[in-house]
Design a protein around this ligand. Structure first.
Ligand SMILES: [Zn+2]
Ligand SMILES: [Zn+2]
Length: 148
Protein backbone atom coordinates (compact mmCIF):
# COMPACT_ATOMS: atom_id res chain seq x y z
CA UNK A 1 0.00 0.00 0.00
CA UNK A 2 1.34 3.39 -0.95
CA UNK A 3 1.90 5.73 1.94
CA UNK A 4 1.67 9.49 1.77
CA UNK A 5 3.69 12.39 3.01
CA UNK A 6 1.84 14.98 5.08
CA UNK A 7 -0.69 17.14 3.24
CA UNK A 8 1.10 20.15 1.70
CA UNK A 9 0.43 23.54 3.24
CA UNK A 10 -1.29 26.22 1.16
CA UNK A 11 2.06 27.80 0.36
CA UNK A 12 3.59 24.44 -0.61
CA UNK A 13 0.62 23.74 -2.88
CA UNK A 14 1.04 27.19 -4.46
CA UNK A 15 4.72 26.54 -5.04
CA UNK A 16 3.89 23.21 -6.70
CA UNK A 17 1.37 24.90 -9.01
CA UNK A 18 3.72 27.73 -9.97
CA UNK A 19 6.56 25.31 -10.61
CA UNK A 20 4.23 23.59 -13.10
CA UNK A 21 3.54 26.96 -14.75
CA UNK A 22 -0.01 27.26 -13.40
CA UNK A 23 -1.73 30.07 -11.55
CA UNK A 24 -2.31 29.16 -7.90
CA UNK A 25 -6.08 29.63 -7.70
CA UNK A 26 -7.89 28.81 -4.43
CA UNK A 27 -9.68 25.88 -6.10
CA UNK A 28 -6.44 24.37 -7.43
CA UNK A 29 -4.84 24.68 -3.98
CA UNK A 30 -7.90 23.06 -2.35
CA UNK A 31 -7.95 20.19 -4.86
CA UNK A 32 -4.22 19.52 -4.41
CA UNK A 33 -4.67 19.40 -0.63
CA UNK A 34 -7.74 17.16 -1.00
CA UNK A 35 -5.97 14.68 -3.31
CA UNK A 36 -2.94 14.60 -0.99
CA UNK A 37 -5.11 13.38 1.85
CA UNK A 38 -6.53 10.48 -0.15
CA UNK A 39 -4.60 7.27 -0.47
CA UNK A 40 -6.33 6.17 -3.67
CA UNK A 41 -7.52 7.76 -6.91
CA UNK A 42 -10.58 9.92 -6.30
CA UNK A 43 -13.54 10.70 -8.56
CA UNK A 44 -14.85 14.19 -9.41
CA UNK A 45 -17.97 13.39 -7.38
CA UNK A 46 -15.95 12.47 -4.29
CA UNK A 47 -13.95 15.70 -4.54
CA UNK A 48 -17.20 17.69 -4.91
CA UNK A 49 -18.72 16.13 -1.79
CA UNK A 50 -16.18 17.94 0.32
CA UNK A 51 -15.20 21.00 -1.71
CA UNK A 52 -18.72 22.11 -2.62
CA UNK A 53 -19.31 22.76 1.06
CA UNK A 54 -16.38 25.13 0.96
CA UNK A 55 -17.98 27.15 -1.83
CA UNK A 56 -16.39 25.68 -4.96
CA UNK A 57 -18.81 24.69 -7.71
CA UNK A 58 -18.84 21.38 -9.58
CA UNK A 59 -17.74 22.73 -12.94
CA UNK A 60 -14.82 24.67 -11.46
CA UNK A 61 -13.69 21.54 -9.63
CA UNK A 62 -14.01 19.49 -12.83
CA UNK A 63 -11.97 22.02 -14.80
CA UNK A 64 -9.38 22.12 -12.04
CA UNK A 65 -8.98 18.33 -12.00
CA UNK A 66 -8.45 18.29 -15.75
CA UNK A 67 -6.06 21.26 -15.60
CA UNK A 68 -4.00 19.37 -13.03
CA UNK A 69 -4.05 16.27 -15.24
CA UNK A 70 -2.97 18.23 -18.32
CA UNK A 71 -0.13 19.90 -16.43
CA UNK A 72 1.15 16.52 -15.26
CA UNK A 73 0.55 17.24 -11.56
CA UNK A 74 -2.28 14.69 -11.50
CA UNK A 75 -2.84 11.40 -13.24
CA UNK A 76 -6.31 10.81 -14.71
CA UNK A 77 -7.53 7.25 -15.14
CA UNK A 78 -10.56 5.25 -16.12
CA UNK A 79 -10.57 1.85 -14.47
CA UNK A 80 -13.26 0.09 -16.44
CA UNK A 81 -16.29 1.55 -14.67
CA UNK A 82 -16.59 4.71 -16.80
CA UNK A 83 -15.63 6.98 -13.91
CA UNK A 84 -12.63 9.30 -14.24
CA UNK A 85 -10.45 9.24 -11.16
CA UNK A 86 -7.55 11.48 -10.28
CA UNK A 87 -4.49 11.21 -8.12
CA UNK A 88 -1.50 13.44 -7.66
CA UNK A 89 1.73 12.48 -9.33
CA UNK A 90 4.21 15.03 -7.97
CA UNK A 91 2.88 15.64 -4.47
CA UNK A 92 2.63 12.95 -1.86
CA UNK A 93 4.25 9.55 -1.72
CA UNK A 94 7.70 9.54 -3.25
CA UNK A 95 7.82 5.94 -4.40
CA UNK A 96 4.54 4.90 -6.01
CA UNK A 97 3.60 8.47 -6.86
CA UNK A 98 6.92 9.91 -7.91
CA UNK A 99 6.46 12.53 -10.61
CA UNK A 100 5.01 11.04 -13.73
CA UNK A 101 5.64 7.48 -12.69
CA UNK A 102 3.11 4.97 -13.90
CA UNK A 103 2.04 2.53 -11.21
CA UNK A 104 -0.51 -0.28 -11.24
CA UNK A 105 -3.88 -0.20 -9.47
CA UNK A 106 -5.96 -2.97 -7.99
CA UNK A 107 -9.70 -2.58 -8.53
CA UNK A 108 -11.62 -4.64 -5.99
CA UNK A 109 -14.58 -6.31 -7.69
CA UNK A 110 -16.27 -6.83 -4.31
CA UNK A 111 -16.22 -3.32 -2.79
CA UNK A 112 -15.16 -1.18 -5.77
CA UNK A 113 -12.20 0.17 -3.80
CA UNK A 114 -8.94 1.06 -5.52
CA UNK A 115 -5.50 0.33 -4.13
CA UNK A 116 -2.30 1.92 -5.45
CA UNK A 117 0.51 -0.53 -5.99
CA UNK A 118 4.13 0.31 -6.55
CA UNK A 119 5.86 -0.94 -9.68
CA UNK A 120 8.16 -2.84 -7.34
CA UNK A 121 5.17 -4.91 -6.18
CA UNK A 122 4.12 -5.59 -9.77
CA UNK A 123 6.88 -5.99 -12.31
CA UNK A 124 5.97 -3.73 -15.23
CA UNK A 125 9.30 -2.83 -16.80
CA UNK A 126 8.85 -5.34 -19.63
CA UNK A 127 5.70 -3.50 -20.74
CA UNK A 128 7.75 -0.52 -21.87
CA UNK A 129 9.07 -2.56 -24.78
CA UNK A 130 5.56 -3.22 -26.07
CA UNK A 131 4.47 0.36 -26.63
CA UNK A 132 3.09 3.25 -24.63
CA UNK A 133 1.11 2.05 -21.62
CA UNK A 134 -1.28 4.53 -20.01
CA UNK A 135 -2.83 2.34 -17.35
CA UNK A 136 -2.08 -0.94 -15.58
CA UNK A 137 -5.17 -2.32 -13.93
CA UNK A 138 -5.45 -5.47 -11.85
CA UNK A 139 -8.83 -6.79 -10.81
CA UNK A 140 -9.51 -8.95 -7.82
CA UNK A 141 -10.39 -8.66 -4.17
CA UNK A 142 -8.65 -6.23 -1.86
CA UNK A 143 -7.08 -7.21 1.44
CA UNK A 144 -10.00 -5.77 3.37
CA UNK A 145 -12.56 -7.89 1.49
CA UNK A 146 -10.41 -11.03 1.71
CA UNK A 147 -10.31 -10.77 5.50
CA UNK A 148 -14.09 -10.43 5.81
ZN1 LIG B 1 -12.63 -4.74 -1.49
ZN1 LIG C 1 -2.33 5.27 -7.62
Amino acid sequence: MASRLPVPSISEARTTLRAAGMRATPCRVAVIQFLSRHKAPTSHQEVCLELEERGFDKSTIFRTLNDLAESGLAHRMELGDHVWRYELTAVGDQSAHAAGQLHPHLLCTACGGITCLSSRQVQVSILETIGEISEILLKGRCRHCLSN
